[in-house]
Write a protein that binds this ligand. Structure first.
Ligand code: MN
Length: 131
């Protein structure tokens, strides 16, 4: 059994999937990837990740719609969701928070700081749940 935290990535771009997997596995995380909201829903019925990284722009159902559903469902509501967005507009970032995201990371990601940003989100969530 692995003690590595599982990071669940919802991302439709194959290039980004490879990048996230490489950077996160390199930082010692276990990684699962889903390409669509439907695929993510199906998989999240079986696994309980420590953190979800959510691409906002997905084909079909978007990442914020999926986030609202995950926050509504008892089984997944406590899993922190971090939005991945190329948008720098305050309005889009607000929309991510309203949907239930705990924060966001800008795309394209900075690979040198990405693992520590993920670690910070994991740490702050641990702090919240133990309070
Ligand atoms: Mn996308």
């Amino acid at each position: 059994m692995s003690a590595k935290p599982l990071i669940f990535v919802v991302e439709d771009s194959p290039a980004n999937q490879l990048l996230f997997r490489a950077v996160l596995e390199g930082a010692g995380y276990e990684v699962e990837v889903a390409s669509t909201a439907a695929e993510a829903r199906e998989r999240l019925a079986a696994v309980s990740p420590a953190l979800i990284l959510m691409d906002v722009q997905l084909p079909g159902e978007d990442g914020l719609s999926l986030t609202r559903w995950l926050k509504f469902m008892h089984e997944t509501s406590s899993i922190p969701v971090v939005a991945l967005t190329a948008s720098t507009r305050a309005r889009d970032r607000e929309a991510a928070m309203v949907a239930g995201c705990t924060g966001f990371i800008s795309k394209p990601i900075d690979v040198s700081t990405f693992p520590s940003r993920v670690a910070d989100f994991l740490d702050s969530h641990r702090g919240e749940t133990s309070r």
